[in-house]
Design a protein. Sequence first.
Length: 288
Amino acid sequence: MHHPFIIGNIYKRSSIHLQYGGNPQAGISPSSRYPYIFIFSGKAGHQHGYKDEWENQNIFSYTGEGQIDDMKFLRGNLALRDHIVNGKRVFLFVEDIRSFVKFEAELTLEDIDFFEGPDRNGKERMAIKFFFKRAGVHLDYQIEQIHSAFEEEEADYNMPNETERKGLVTSRVGQGAYRKSILFRWEFKCAVTNYSKNEILIASHILPWKDSNNDQRLDVNNGILLSPTYDALFDQHLISFENNGKIILSDSLLKTNYSEIGVTGKEIIKKLRSDNHYYLEGHRKLLL
């Protein structure tokens, strides 16, 4: 479908609002004249321990608006949540220099979840994470595999209550936006084997939770998606991986023990990013 922006082109933000309307100060800016919603991604969220980013080449995660206390589905957050049913198109721009922005892509909402992080005043609060895909792109994995309120026929978009909130914290990577980021990052496949049964894949931190600071615990680059055998060995520091993805076997187990559970020693992860290397270096130091 035709739209007025060209991917990769630079636009003056004030000119966008002059032509299409919308709040020039907001990160989420619904047009007042067209069925468009503009979202602007920059570095503002980094100081609060989170950032907007491409989880993979087709999925972009975007943090909702609201600088103080829990984020709520109001204004821009509400517009994004309901953009499909309201017939609004979402356009992503990334800050370039000064008052200029680069057009990245048209997006379609796929999922929503929550995570805990500091607000502008440093107070812990629940924040909203939107997961978008590039408009018109067919994904090889099924988003329906994810269980979330967004998929329910009568969706419950309220913030987690105190009991649920505690669960999001104590489960670490078992629930919420972080696990979904890892699922999207690895495209719903074990990083080692490409096994894709989502229900039993495990999202783990590379640098252990207890050894990570708050920013590292939220960093998707500190996460890896593994099938149970590899996760158990990785978690117990019986295997690790080189920066090129090649598996490292601990001498604590005999080669026959590895082969009995299907580990050959020839495994390699092909989709590591350079941002994973720092965490892998820390994990290798813990190899038994």
